[in-house]
Design a protein around this ligand. Structure first.
Ligand SMILES: Cc1cc2nc3c(=O)[nH]c(=O)nc-3n(C[C@H](O)[C@H](O)[C@H](O)COP(=O)(O)OP(=O)(O)OC[C@H]3O[C@@H](n4cnc5c(N)ncnc54)[C@H](O)[C@@H]3O)c2cc1C
Length: 420
C-alpha cells in the first residue's frame, strides 16, 4: 500500500519497456506510487503501433500490461508529451525516480546517393500506417505502385513483405487499417527484398521467413550475391527457401504476383528524378544489378532523440544518475524484442529498488505537476476508447483503431480542444 511518504516513480513511455518496468517495480519497491506517462492518448507503444496487425498473439502482451492499471494501482497519464507539455526536469522535481522509456521513433536513413528521392519511405511509416498510428495518415494520392523494394533483412523487413503480400481476406482476426492496406498494396504485383547479408547472416527469425511459404499463387525468385542455394549452410533456411522457390510458376493461372529475394546484395544508388525509378545494387562478387521500381521501403533500423543524453553507464546498466534511469530502445538502441524488454526491466527494477530502499519520500508525484484538468487521459479514458474500437470492428476484424488524436480524445470523453 502506498501513502504520502511512499516513493514516487515516473515512467515516461507506456511501451513494453515502460510497462515491464512498472511490473518489475511493483515487486522491488512494493509501496511505490507509479505513474506511466505517454505522449499519445493510448498506451502500449510499439505493441500497438509496431507489432504487425496480423500477429495478434504478440499484441496480446497488452492484456498482461492492462492488469497494471486495472488491478495493481499503476496510474496511466496519456496525451502528455514530456519535453513539450511538461519538462523532464519538472517531472524529476516531483518524483524520486524517473525512467525514460520513450523508444526510438524515426526510421534510420539509407546512406547511399539518391536515398532522399521521393518514393523512398521508411518501414516505420508503413508499419505505423497499417497499425492506424495517428501520425502516419497516408496522403490521398499516396501509392507504392506496382513494384516495391524492401531494403533490409530484419523482422520488420519481413513484416513489410508479408503485410504487403496479403490481400484483405488474409487478415481475418487482425486489426489492420484496411483502407491504408488497400491503398498501399492494391496495385502491387512485384515485391523485392534486398538483403546486404547472405542467407546465413540475415537477421530475421526463421519463423518469419516460413510464414512467407503460406501464400498460394505467389512465385518466388531467389538471387544470390555470391554462391547459390546449395551454399547456404543453415539447413532450416535452405529448406524454407527451397519451398518458396518451388511454390509456383508463371504458368499458374491464378498467379497473384512475384517476390524476388536478393541475398548478399548491397544497395548502391537510388536512381530517379521526381520519383524513384531504379535501385542499383551490388552483389558480394561485385556485379551490379538494376531493379526497376515504383517505391523503396527502407527497413534498416530506427533512431531518434532519447529525451536525455544516454551516458555510457546509462547504456550499460540503465542508470544515468541517481533518480534518472533509461530503459528499452531509448537505452539500447533499436535492438531487442518485447521479451528482452522484460529481462532489462527486471534488472533495472533491482537497481532502483536498492536506490530507493528505506526512502521516506517528500515528493508529491503526479499531483505536484498540477496538470490542467481534462488535458490528459487516464486509464478509464483509454478503456472508453478501446471499448469503442472493439464495438466499431468491421466483420472479421478484432477492432477498428481510431487513427486520429481528435477521435481518440472525443471517444475518451474529452473535448478535442482541451489544452495543456
Ligand atoms: C514495426 C515493428 C514491429 C515489431 N514487431 C515485434 C514483434 O512482432 N515481436 C517483438 O517481440 N518485438 C517486435 N518489435 C520490437 C518491439 O516493439 C520493441 O522491442 C519494443 O516495443 C521496445 O519497447 P520500448 O518501450 O522501448 O519502446 P516503444 O514501444 O516505442 O514505446 C515507447 C513509448 O514512449 C512514448 N513516448 C515517446 N516519447 C515520449 C515523450 N516525449 N513523452 C511521453 N511519452 C513518449 C511513445 O508514445 C511510446 O508509447 C517490433 C518493432 C517494430 C518497430
Amino acid at each position: 500500500m502506498s501513502d504520502s511518504n511512499s516513493p514516487k516513480i515516473a515512467i515516461i513511455g507506456s511501451g513494453p519497456s515502460g510497462c515491464y518496468s512498472a511490473q518489475a517495480l511493483l515487486k522491488t519497491v512494493p509501496n511505490a506510487e507509479i505513474t506511466v506517462f505517454d505522449r499519445l492518448p493510448v498506451p502500449f507503444g510499439l505493441a500497438r503501433f509496431g507489432v504487425a496487425a496480423d500477429h495478434q498473439g504478440t499484441k496480446g502482451v497488452t492484456k498482461q500490461f492492462a492488469r497494471l492499471f486495472e488491478r495493481q494501482g499503476v496510474k496511466f497519464v496519456g496525451n502528455l508529451n514530456v519535453g513539450e507539455h511538461v519538462e523532464l526536469d519538472t517531472i524529476r522535481e516531483h518524483f524520486d525516480a524517473v525512467i525514460v522509456a520513450t523508444g526510438l521513433h524515426e526510421d534510420r536513413q539509407l546512406d547511399i546517393p539518391g536515398s532522399a528521392t521521393p518514393g523512398v519511405v521508411g518501414a516505420g511509416y508503413i508499419t505505423r500506417a497499417l497499425n492506424s498510428h495517428p501520425e502516419a495518415k497516408l496522403p490521398l494520392d499516396y501509392s507504392l505502385g506496382e513494384v516495391c523494394i524492401v531494403v533490409g533483412a530484419g523482422n520488420v523487413a519481413i513484416d513489410c513483405m508479408r503485410l504487403l503480400t496479403k490481400n484483405g481476406t488474409e487478415f481475418t482476426g487482425s486489426d489492420v487499417h484496411d483502407d491504408n492496406h488497400q491503398q498501399l498494396s492494391g496495385k502491387l504485383r512485384e515485391l523485392h527484398l534486398v538483403s546486404r547479408s547472405g542467407v546465413d547472416q540475415a537477421k530475421f527469425d526463421d519463423s518469419m521467413l516460413r510464414e512467407m511459404t503460406h501464400f498460394e499463387h505467389v512465385r518466388h525468385e531467389l538471387h544470390f550475391g555470391s554462391g547459390d542455394l546449395a551454399a547456404v549452410t543453415n539447413e532450416n533456411r535452405r529448406d524454407i527457401l527451397t519451398i518458396l522457390q518451388d511454390k509456383c510458376t508463371d504458368a499458374d493461372p491464378e498467379l497473384r504476383g512475384v517476390i524476388h529475394w536478393w541475398f548478399g546484395f548491397a544497395p548502391h544508388e537510388v536512381h530517379g528524378g521526381n520519383l524513384v525509378d531504379t535501385l542499383e545494387i551490388v552483389g558480394e562478387d561485385g556485379t551490379h544489378a538494376l531493379i526497376k521500381t515504383d517505391s523503396v521501403i527502407t527497413a534498416i533500423g530506427f533512431q531518434g532523440d532519447p529525451l536525455v543524453p544516454v551516458t555510457e553507464a546509462g547504456r550499460e546498466t540503465g542508470k544515468i544518475e541517481q533518480g534518472l534511469y533509461v530503459g528499452g530502445w531509448a537505452r539500447r538502441g533499436p535492438r531487442g524484442t518485447i521479451a528482452s524488454q522484460r529481462i532489462d526491466a527486471l534488472e533495472l527494477a533491482k537497481i532502483i529498488g536498492a536506490d530507493l530502499a528505506d526512502l521516506n519520500s517528500t515528493k508529491s508525484g503526479v499531483a505536484g505537476l498540477n496538470l490542467t484538468p481534462g488535458s490528459t487521459i487516464d486509464y478509464d479514458g483509454w478503456k472508453r476508447i478501446e471499448q469503442k474500437e472493439i464495438e466499431a470492428a468491421r466483420s472479421g476484424r478484432a477492432r477498428h483503431k481510431f487513427d486520429s488524436i481528435e477521435e481518440m480524445l472525443k471517444e475518451a470523453g474529452m473535448q478535442p480542444t482541451s489544452q495543456h
